[in-house]
Design a protein. Structure first.
Length: 621
């Protein structure tokens, strides 16, 4: 009987070796991120990965375990294991695909494959294919073949193909079965400790790429899928609820409810242009980059620029909700995944509609993507124009219509629209795979060059749009609000997902309705995408109390700060400090003022209180 137990030992050994290879390839792909890390610390990744690897293998062993118990209790002497070989081969191919997808997702998102990415692939396969088009196809296919081939080779020589059982009393066989069940359960759970295993057990380094490498890819995906279904329990409870509420109330309480009025009218047309991946680093004014956005840099000298604005998250769905609804991000979660909750939060379109404005939304892509359409249609947008409303196949990328066509369509429609109107336009060309309808300004040598080229193109589209808009009768009574949906790793390629530079974006108010004395004015207070709602409505003398997460950037008494988050962490920034915190590893990742311990503690508590309260509201919606 003991000899038959070698089946499990070799089964576990095989999968541990497979996960070892997966992790090794991951580290080799991202070797530049750990070039300065001591070899011993990098090697420690494989040691700290063992608990989650064992847990994932124990999950995989559940079916073979029950089969083994059946054979053992049934008194079989010899059992062929052909089906186990097929079982392993299917998993090898599946896990190899997941591994390769994970390599590419990590490059773009800074996080491992999770439920959001999986939902993206299944619910929006066309957009997923377009997004993945910037990935190195040759390398991806080669890695898929390599990992699959190595897995199949190891499986052939490591995993047993035949089991031999010796005679033994039934009670001994029953005890062995119970012991196997208990042992496998403990491996899944991570031992006898008080709390079950989590990703944080693999975290050991200040280098996030090593922590992410140590987390088993498939275990992380499985955990993410299970967590995504849970909306009844707040996973981000750090502080006493009353204390967290007091902290947030203090941040939003102002000495005086007033505003600096920068407009010549309280009833302008309003056009909000949300620009895909238009990070501050693209501009000369904010990022010291020459020649990428020459027109937008000129606009910033003629409008009202908010120079220290940070996006709420790192994806378009989060930026869209933050900009138009003033609602913050939920770290790993996104409110767009729960339309029944999303429809309960207020939006600017609803406010303008109720104040007699005609409302419209323009997008060159598929509006069903990431539940954009559910948000748009549930928040009083009277007109929705997406790629399905354009005729012909001209000027079309894998994502949808190029930006110039969308800008032209909005101008054409607004020229027939009654005033006042509130219109939103979401661009898409500056999104991977960075396709263009013409020549690339910076070439196509790598993704950085492509990204700069599509940004340059979008910048030219904005310029042409405004030139043509000036010919319209409604132009002189229109306020244009330009903001990015989120920041980006490119073009500088220096900002990790946990650094504030990744979230720094421009926010510009522009148009003839701005008073002469404010044209070219720059406001340097720290603020967030979520603050657009309260700031804009204050200029129109429209109450904004329903936007509880939005503050008026033009109120001199407003406390300057911004909160942002990504899948596994969050950040808080004010005029004195920025701190980012990993929710899994429970560690500070970035600290701009580490010497001030008291201030650091306060800033971290602000971040914790913020996310805790936002998620609590999300649950209660």
């Amino acid at each position: 009987m003991l000899k038959s137990l070698l089946f499990f030992l070799r089964f576990f050994l095989f999968w541990l070796l497979f996960f070892f290879l997966d992790r090794l390839i991951f580290l080799l792909i991202y070797h530049q991120k750990i070039a300065a890390v001591p070899l011993a610390e990098t090697a420690a990744t494989f040691y700290h990965a063992i608990p989650l690897d064992l847990s994932m293998t124990a999950y995989l062993a559940v079916i073979p375990l029950f089969s083994y118990m059946y054979w053992l209790l049934n008194g079989r002497k010899i059992v062929e294991l052909k089906w186990v070989s097929v079982y392993n081969k299917i998993l090898i191919v599946l896990f190899s695909i997941i591994a390769v997808v994970n390599f590419n997702i990590y490059r773009e998102w800074g996080s491992k494959i999770n439920a959001k990415a999986l939902g993206f692939a299944f619910l929006s396969p066309g957009e997923a294919m377009a997004s993945s088009a910037s990935s190195p196809i040759g390398l991806s296919v080669s890695l898929l073949i390599l990992l699959s081939a190595l897995g199949l080779f190891l499986q052939r020589y490591v995993v047993l193909r035949k089991l031999s059982f010796s005679r033994s009393p039934i009670w001994i066989r029953a005890i062995v079965c119970l012991a196997l069940i208990a042992g496998n359960f403990l491996l899944i759970r991570g031992g006898l400790r008080g709390s079950p295993i989590t990703q944080s057990m693999a975290y050991f380094s200040e280098q996030q790429v090593l922590n992410h490498a140590a987390v088993n890819t498939e275990w992380n995906l499985l955990s993410s899928i299970l967590a995504s279904k849970m909306t009844k329990k707040n996973p981000y409870v750090y502080l006493d609820n009353q204390q967290a509420e007091r902290d947030i109330k203090a941040l939003y309480t102002t000495e005086k409810d007033t505003t600096t009025l920068i407009l010549t009218t309280k009833r302008p047309n309003v056009v909000v242009v949300i620009v895909e991946s238009f990070t501050a680093d693209l501009t000369k004014t904010l990022g010291n980059e020459d020649g990428i956005t020459p027109h937008f840099d000129t606009l910033m000298k003629k409008g009202v620029l908010f120079s220290q604005i940070y996006s709420a998250g790192s994806r378009t769905d989060k930026g869209l909700i933050a900009t138009l609804a003033g609602f913050p991000t939920l770290a790993a979660g996104s409110i767009v995944k729960w339309p029944e909750k999303m429809q309960k939060i207020p939006a600017l379109s609803q406010v303008f509609f109720r104040n007699g404005y005609h409302t419209s939304f323009f997008y060159g892509g598929e509006s069903e993507f990431d539940n954009y359409k559910a948000f748009i249609l549930s928040h009083d947008y009277q007109k929705l124009v997406d790629k399905n409303n354009f005729k012909g196949n001209e000027m079309k990328s894998r994502w949808g219509k190029f930006d110039e066509l969308v800008f032209e369509r909005q101008l054409a429609d607004l020229s027939k629209e009654s005033q006042p109107f509130f219109s939103t336009l979401l661009t898409l060309t500056n999104h991977e795979p960075y396709e263009l309808p013409g020549k690339s300004k910076f070439g196509n040598s790598d993704n950085t060059a492509k990204f700069k080229s599509t940004a340059y193109y979008t910048d030219s589209c904005i310029n042409a749009y405004l030139i043509n808009a000036k010919k319209q009768a409604w132009y002189k009574n229109t306020l244009f609000v330009f903001v990015a949906d989120h920041g980006h790793l490119l073009p500088k390629n220096i900002h990790d997902i946990s650094t504030p530079g990744r979230y720094h974006i421009p926010l510009l108010f522009y148009g003839d309705v701005i008073k002469d004395e404010f044209r070219g004015r720059k406001f340097d207070q720290v603020g967030s995408q979520t603050d657009i709602a309260a700031t804009l409505l204050a200029q129109l003398d429209i109450p904004a109390q329903q936007f509880i997460w939005s503050k008026n950037l033009l109120n001199p008494y407003t406390k300057p700060f911004a909160f942002f988050s990504w899948d596994n962490g969050m950040g808080f920034i004010d005029q004195q400090q920025c701190v980012t915190f990993d929710n899994v590893g429970k560690m500070i990742l970035f600290n701009s003022n580490a010497e001030d311990k008291a201030k650091t503690l306060q800033t971290v508590d602000h971040a914790k209180a913020y996310l805790q309260n936002v998620y609590r509201q999300f649950i209660e919606l």
